[in-house]
Write a protein that binds this ligand. Sequence first.
Ligand code: ME8
Length: 721
Amino acid sequence: MSNASSNKFYLTTPIYYVNARPHIGHAYTTIVADVLARRHRLAGDETFFLTGTDEHGQKIERSAAAAGVPPQQFTDQVSAQFRTLWERMGLTYDRYIRTTDEDHKRGVQKLFTTLYERGQIYLSTYTGAYCVSDEAFVDLPVGTPCPDCGRALEQVTEENFFFKLSAYEARLIDAIERNELLIEPSTARNEVLSFLRGGLKDLSISRSSFTWGIPVPDAVQQHAQATQKHVVYVWLDALTNYMTAVGYGSEDPAEQAKFERLWPADLHLVGKEITRFHCVYWPAFLMAAGLPLPRRISANGWLLFDNAKMSKSRGNVVRSETILNAFGNEVWARQYPEASAAERDLFGADVLRYYLLREIPFGQDGSFTFDALVTRYNADLANGYGNLVSRTLSMIEKFFDGVVPTPVYEETAESTVTPDGFDAGLLGRASTGMTSSLSALNETDFATQLAEIAAFITVTDGFLTANAPWKLAKDPEKRGRLATVLYVAAEAVRWTTAALYTVCPFVTDRVWQQLGLGSIEDSRRNGELANMHWAGLEPGTKLGALSPLFPRAEKTLADSMVDMENEKNTPELTPASVAPESANTTPVAVDAPAAEPASPAPDAAPAGPADSSPEITIDDFVKVELRIAQVLVAERIPKADKLLRLEVDLGFEKRQILSGIAEWYTPEELIGRRILVITNLAPRKMRGLESHGMLLAASEEGGKPFLATVPEGVPVGTRLK
Ligand code: ME8
């Protein structure tokens, strides 16, 4: 392990959109940042870890409108959900920035003015396509699906300020090729380079058709003779958070000094879908403003659930809260019923942290499953680490009254417990695998590092089994060897614990206390963790009170987590309230071209004769996700007489749905109407357009479908069960 250094290390996560609540995809990047921040602190670096929320733009404005609250109130609520969750999880960020913070707004205005004054911005008119979901201008025809997210591109014709992005192509390529701007993994770097080689167009960096954003400074608007009021393009606003969070734009000398010290950022952690914004736009803005570029941008892959990217738009998300609650309440609190809520959460957070980093090779996509989470917990933490800790420490308790024994080296040639014998095995591994795990500050290959630790645990277990201390204890002649075996095992536990500290800060602290070493945070602060050397454990150390650390998780825990996820979506409606308008008809999902009958909710079945649908269980029914939606856009599709293209708002996102109701409903009567939608059908393409969902209606064979009605006052997005 390298000695304490005095470098600074400034790292960031993306700032998350507040149009929906956090899920474990957001937690993933933030956990990686937390692990790296802890490592740098451990090494003595002046570490600054930034996270926060991205709160402006059309998408957020629309979500707030759909929720029926003013945007500021809406963003306050959702931003607080992210922050509360990060606190429950014990994430050690140094600042939680919100793009609605005053100092951020000032900094963005300063950057905009600087770019304008340096001749990097001009006023013009943009006509073309915009993807509201990605908040991105797209060079494709309006109405076609966005190449990134598949949602329909919208028409925008606006007076905009433009940034001279096209002037930066060669300079960006150069910076990346010379590794002045490091991009990882190489797949992301190659993609960015090929995007750049394809040529760059100037970029619109203001919007004038809505108001929820940071105003372009008046002086700039006047000087440019803008005819509209402009707000700063949300990505320019958002990216600038990395500087405003550490003092850019402040008049306060202390803040200015902070910026001088911390900028440029050493690492931007991002998900792979936003590398272009970070590796093309962001460095170009900085070059244009004469500011240093971030040193490194590292893209994580996607967490997949049911083989698709976990995302709020697909609705296939898993909440971190489910894992905290399940492991906190059903595993930790079963062992420790008195445990505080904070302790339960931190235990659950450790399990999630370990699982995500161990299971998914960083940079690649990886599937999340509840079964794998439980299996991994039981295998690596309960049986592996937990078992090693408990068998080692309880034998020291039993055979040496809870005091770490003094090793005695025996010289017999056949003994496994000679200095040569065990040093070559355990110490050798400790000083290679474990040391690399502890000191690899810039390494993000967490899965390999954790596999090395798991391998070390296996070797130590094998060492204990081979030397059978419980047998040695029966022979007073073997007291010296017993002391040696248990000392070596305890030292191995200490190393393992130090190596796991950044990934599992809560449980490693407990082990540290049981080893008699006090708080692991104190050991981190006083440099002990950064200066590990073999045989550093003092013989004579009195162990702390022993108690189990990783109660086994039952296999059924995976099912309870699935149930918890479903309960999160508990409807605020009773099934009866969704009864169709016409009582003697069967509810059907109206889709195009052929409508497939959907099974009715058991309690909501109409009074008419039972139809021939096979009986289903409640488990079958809960698989269908029904939600209240509001129609935002409805239009006919050329050359498709029966089809309407709808854009509906689900509260947490907008969807495009094609529906075969054009013969019965005009677009005008649908716009603004609240309807019921089946939201978890896999998307499919019709007439080259994606349809993602079905409308629920009642209809007799071949007759007019009556769209199911929704009671007033129930928010858009509410789920029905
Ligand atoms: O893009 N797998 O915000 P966002 C892995 N506001 N990581 C995931 C993930 C998944 N399934 N889902 C989300 C934005 N993430 C902008 C960023 S930065 C100046 C502005 C993580 O709420 C991942 O880090 O859509 C991804 O890039 C980020 O959350 C996107 O969060």
